[in-house]
Design a protein around this ligand. Structure first.
Ligand SMILES: Cc1ncc(COP(=O)(O)O)c(C=O)c1O
Length: 369
């Protein structure tokens, strides 16, 4: 049988390979205890208020989603402040769905998008999928975004610039001074996308306030997610914020009923639980400080993360060997080759028990190596 006509933009497109599942690793290595620190998931689960809200919605599972999406957008607007309203928000099936919508909306008839070479891989995958040219800019020597280098790559055909802050995989942030300097020079035909999936884990006061650019009606979109601090990765809810001019346009690519109302109810419930969010932040901040200190004692280099993960380099053995040896000991971490750091692996900040198990296994692996 001959193949039908395939879309050439899709043929060589890399697949996104997620972190291995606990079940697979248990089966593969015959292990009873496996700790997954590979996908930046919450170490404390979802908020009880989110669970209760989702459960209360279950008896509506036979109905198409109703008003909850609008309610969520209203509540997000209230929580965000800046005088924004529900029309400034689009809710999607995870932040990934939002990134897909943005690529679909702005990459057409060719066009290019500028991003760092070391960042979340879905940007270049989605840009290619829609027939655009990803322009992947070499980061600075310390792996921070080279914002000047990015500006130099912008031309008349540039549609989007992807700024991931905190960046996945390094955890670096873009500071207010850096963002202001960038925004002052970026041409106004370009949409600047701040991917802030991890913004809640930032404790550096220099972190750029990107919402102010939306208030100023700049061509800025911000992507955030309920997967991280809200601990709802399995529910698949994310959102974008932008000037109504842009959100009303992007809404054209939103599919009907694209986010289930059980998930939307969970997201709404999580917004009522600020104490839970703060508890989660504390767990991550303490774990981050602790793990960084311990990893440095082992002679390893940690990127200075403002997120709920740490990428680790300066390894005495090839990264794949270390990742595989950890896996055999029931610790799932992730090589960052697909994220542009071929000599690094990333570990998610876990519970204190998970962090200890990781450190112990890593010490074994480094000694035996
Ligand atoms: C930088 C970044 N942006 C967006 C996402 C999307 O997350 P989700 O689709 O779970 O909301 C992720 C997920 O890991 C991410 O790392």
């Amino acid at each position: 049988m001959r193949n039908p006509r395939f879309n050439p933009n899709l043929i060589d497109l890399p697949f996104y390979v997620p972190g291995k599942s606990v079940e697979d690793v248990k089966r593969e290595f015959g292990l009873e205890k496996v700790v997954k620190l590979a996908s930046n998931e919450s170490p404390i689960g979802p908020s009880p208020k989110a669970i209760a809200a989702a459960q209360a919605m279950l008896n509506q599972a036979h109905l198409y989603p109703g008003n909850t999406e609008r309610e969520l957008r209203r509540k997000l607007a209230d929580h965000t402040g800046y005088g924004l309203n529900e029309n400034n928000f689009i809710v999607g099936n995870g932040g990934t769905d939002i990134l897909h919508m943005i690529a679909q909306a702005f990459i057409f008839d060719g066009g290019n998008a500028v991003m760092s070479r070391v960042t979340f891989p879905m940007y270049h995958i989605f840009v290619k999928a829609f027939g655009g040219e990803p322009r992947r800019v070499e980061p600075l020597p310390d792996c921070r975004h080279d914002l000047d280098g990015m500006l130099q790559q912008i031309d008349a055909d540039t549609r989007l610039v992807f700024l991931c802050t905190p960046n996945n995989p390094t955890g670096h942030i873009i500071t207010q001074a850096e963002a202001d300097a960038f925004m002052a020079r970026v041409p106004d035909h370009v949409v600047v996308l701040f991917d802030e999936a991890y913004y809640d884990f930032v404790d550096d006061p220099a972190y750029a306030d990107s919402l102010a650019y939306i208030k100023e009606e700049c061509n800025v979109l911000i992507v955030r997610s309920f997967s991280k601090t809200a601990g709802l990765a399995n529910m698949r809810v994310g959102f974008m914020v932008g000037p109504e001019r842009l959100t009303n346009y992007v809404r054209h690519v939103q599919r009907p009923f694209h986010t289930g109302e059980i998930a939307l109810a969970a997201a709404l419930g999580s917004l009522d639980d600020d104490a839970f969010r703060r508890q989660h932040q504390q767990v991550v901040w303490e774990g981050r400080r602790y793990l960084c200190a311990k990893l440095r004692e082992l002679g390893l280099k940690c990127f200075p993360s403002q997120s709920n993960f740490i990428s680790i380099t300066n390894l005495p053995r090839p990264v794949d060997e270390i990742v595989a040896a950890l896996l055999q000991r029931g610790i799932i971490v992730r090589s960052m080759a697909a994220f542009g750091l071929p000599d690094a692996f990333r570990v998610t900040i876990g519970s204190s028990e998970a962090n200890e198990l990781f450190l112990q296994a890593l010490k074994d692996v480094l000694v035996i190596g």
